[in-house]
Write a protein that binds this ligand. Sequence first.
Ligand SMILES: NC(=O)c1ccc[n+]([C@@H]2O[C@H](COP(=O)([O-])OP(=O)(O)OC[C@H]3O[C@@H](n4cnc5c(N)ncnc54)[C@H](O)[C@@H]3O)[C@@H](O)[C@H]2O)c1
Ligand SMILES: [Zn+2]
Length: 363
Amino acid sequence: MLDKLTVHMDKKPIYDIVFADDFNSLPELLAGQGIADKRVCIVTETTVAPLYLDIVKEQLKGKCKELISIIFKAGEENKNLDTVKYIYEELIKAHFDRKDMLVALGGGVTGDITGFAAATYLRGIDFIQIPTTLLSQVDSSIGGKTGVDFDSYKNMVGAFHMPKLVYINISTIRTLDNTQFISGMGEIIKHGLIKDEEYFNWMIANAEAIKERVPDKLLHMIKVSCNIKRMVVETDPTEKGERALLNFGHTLGHAIEKYMNFTMSHGACVGIGCILAAYISYKKNCIDMNQYHSIVEAFKTFGFDLLPADIDVNEIVRYTKNDKKMVGDSIKFILLHSIGNAYIDMNVSESDMIAALNESVSK
Ligand SMILES: NC(=O)c1ccc[n+]([C@@H]2O[C@H](COP(=O)([O-])OP(=O)(O)OC[C@H]3O[C@@H](n4cnc5c(N)ncnc54)[C@H](O)[C@@H]3O)[C@@H](O)[C@H]2O)c1
Ligand SMILES: [Zn+2]
């Protein structure tokens, strides 16, 4: 029996998230997607290709009408329309039509680009996600948000386009470096904080095994996190309400990411953003001092760095103003009523953020 979750929309099943520790179930699952009559293009990048492209190709060889692959240069700086153009060109050359399919093999960058190319090529073709980073497994591969950066604007051009399948091979996490592992942990700890106190406590209790990437602990963690993301996107598929809770830690997290000139990973910045949002929650008498400290300790346990002491607090706050989460002059800030229970707060002021930043710099 395959280990899986099903994502629904309007109560209808839309796609499965399958959990495995190898790629062996791919042929059977893709046969179910009718690949025997389809051309299939695996889109991947220069870091992931040498690790996993051949294994995935081997699984699909002879199972589809035609199999091609496209490799673009790894890195966020290539998540742009030039890479999408390159994908369109290769698809046209290989005569891909509306029945054909793309496979995103890689992290969130690959998933976002491939999903966007699939959403727009011939007004939309099918695609599946094979996420290979912790962040993409628990976050970006689920929910159907696709897109690319434009000029200096992140995720400026995009579309909602649901994958036909998300295939998570947790063994790909073994080759991930520690920075990328911590980046994924930022979103995972966030999931516990916004929705599930028991899960948050489980992570703290199992921190050593998780850091050592013990497979059954990773599997449990990735599944619970995917389930949280699944529940949130099912309730609010196009980000009109509940999905905003996933932005916990992101208003200040994004501002720190920009302030640090993208030298820190997204999840590492989100981790700091979560600590700051927890401090504001504490100051607003939502969570108590002990809960605030247990949140700080959780991030420290998983190896998150705190902010350096010499940051320009006012500049970071200025950066929050460019956040897409502004409603008029107010910021849609996510705070915690308690651990496991987040809410939207429209009354977080600049001085609340400044106080949190001053409290959180490493002393
Ligand atoms: N669509 C969404 O809902 C959504 C949500 C969150 C983030 N995102 C996007 O996701 C992106 C970040 O995702 P990411 O952190 O996965 O970035 P990424 O795809 O750049 O991967 C991070 C790094 O890990 C490498 N890598 C990938 N898999 C590997 C493996 N198994 N072993 C070794 N190295 C591996 C990559 O080459 C890259 O250097 C951002 O562009 C962000 O905007 C999208
Ligand atoms: Zn994020």
